[in-house]
Every structure is written in C-alpha cells, then in structure tokens.
Design a protein around this ligand. Sequence first.
Ligand SMILES: NC(=[NH2+])NCCC[C@H](N)C(=O)O
Ligand SMILES: [Mn+2]
Ligand SMILES: [Mn+2]
Length: 301
Amino acid sequence: MKKDISIIGVPMDLGQSRRGVDMGPSALRYAGAIEKLEELDIKVHDLGDIPINRPSVEQAINAENNLKNLDQVIEANEKLSEMVDKEIQTGNFPLVFGGDHSIAIGSLAGISKHYENLGVIWYDAHGDLNSEDTSPSGNIHGMPLAISLGIGHDKLTNIAAYTPKVKPENIVIIGARSLDPGEKALIKEKGIKVFSMHEIDRMGMPAVMEEAIKYLKEKTDGVHLSLDLDGLDPSEAPGVGTPVIGGLSYRESHLAMEMLAEAECITSAEFVEVNPILDEKNKTATTAVALMGSLFGEKLK
Ligand SMILES: NC(=[NH2+])NCCC[C@H](N)C(=O)O
Ligand SMILES: [Mn+2]
Ligand SMILES: [Mn+2]
C-alpha cells in the first residue's frame, strides 16, 4: 500500500529577487499535479498554501546583513517545518510545492527530526551552499543546503530549534553547473558528493542514478528529494528565476525519477523555483507534474 500524500504549498518568493515564484504552487496545481497523483491510485490531501507575509519596503531593505527578507523567510520556514513534521507524524508522505528554494530550510527542519540519517538528493543547477559571508546575491534561496548543514546565520540554522538537519556525507547533488567559489570550497571541505553536468555527460544518467541511490541506501533511513526546476535545461524548463544553460534534459530527468521510484527510497519531496511569470504556457509546471508522475510510480507498462 502506497502512503497518502500531503501537499503543502509555500507561495513564497522572498528568498530571491525575481517576483513570480510565489505563484509556483498555483501553477503546479493548474498543471494537474493532484489529478496526476490520483491517477496513480494515491490518496492526496491538499492542505492548501501556507500564508506568507510580504515585507514592507523598509523591511525589505535590510542593510544590516547580506540576507534579504530574513524575518519573513524565517517565519515561513518555521510554519512549513511544523506542518511537514505533523504530516510525517500522521504517516503521510509530505510533498511540498514552492516557492523559491529557501523553503527547503523548513522542509528539512520538519522532516529530519524523524530520521537518524536523512539522505538528501539535491537536483539543481546550483549547490545552494552559500552563507551570508559567501553569497554574491544575499538571496537566501542560494543558501538552504548550507543552512541545513548548520552553516549560516543562527536564526536560520536554528529553525525548529535544532541543528544540523543533515550530514554532509548523506547529501548527493545532481546537475550542478553553477557553483560560487565559497560553495566549491565547502564541497571540498565537507566531501559532499556531487554529480555535476561533467559526470552526467561522461557516465550517463543511468550510471549516475545507480551510484547515487547505492551511496544513499547504504547509510540513510530516508531520502528527501529537493528538486529545483532549474536543474533542467532552460529549453525544457524556462520558467525559473536563475536559469543556467547546459542542463539536464526532460528524458534524463524522467529516467532519474523512474529509477528513484524503482528504488523505493524517497520518503519526502519538494518541487521548487517554478515561476509562471517567466514561463511559456506553464511548460515548467507541466514538466514538474510529469516528473512527479514518474517519481510516484507511473509506468508505460
Ligand atoms: N535555488 C536557486 N535557484 N539558487 C540559485 C543561487 C544562485 C547563486 N549561487 C546565489 O547564491 O545567489
Ligand atoms: Mn537552482
Ligand atoms: Mn536551488
């Protein structure tokens, strides 16, 4: 019996500078996310969207540090963490709809409590391993993985009142092709496993996923999939705020999801960075929903 899925929308765009990604949850629902999951005989509980407070202009200009909209991002992630935590207690599979990638802070804060050794698959063009000291932008969506490792501003690392949420050896980054100098240094220092586009080109997606799954299965008791749509090539997923050319194809991404479904290792997931304002006829959300189908077991035969 498959678990029921609880959908939690986080209409937040405050972790980065391009407005519109707050409409991501609507775009994903409009693209038929719930119908897709129900077609697969999964019981879906759509819990709606978390209320997000928009900062006043004065609040948004925070000269004190390199962390845009810090208070609002904290507030949203505390709420998300509580909701995700509750859904896991109920026995449901949490599926979070972003919102920008800063919401992974709250997802991981709520999920990781329930696991001794939570694994994380970070499917992304970026590492999101910056801190206020290394970030070129001050955008918190470039920091969630570092924050979950316990690196960054105390107020962010201590969301849900514990830190760290994940161990560096339990993380696999897939699809990286844009890493800032501080991120590269952190990857080296912590020995984080990264399948960049270079490895994906050389080894092919089947071998990459096989290795990633084996690596995580050996030592984790659950795996969270954090899928940033900008992991895909912008020709396939144009509706994202920080597109990077040379990304993963639609087919490679489907195969990755199918292999995760076969391995039965994913215990929670989030789909983030869908920005319908920058999209072409909701193509990016539609792609995300198709990928959800494969992740939750859709097969041709
Ligand atoms: N989740 C994302 N799309 N992150 C993009 C981060 C871009 C850049 N590395 C930064 O820190 O600003
Ligand atoms: Mn990204
Ligand atoms: Mn990201």
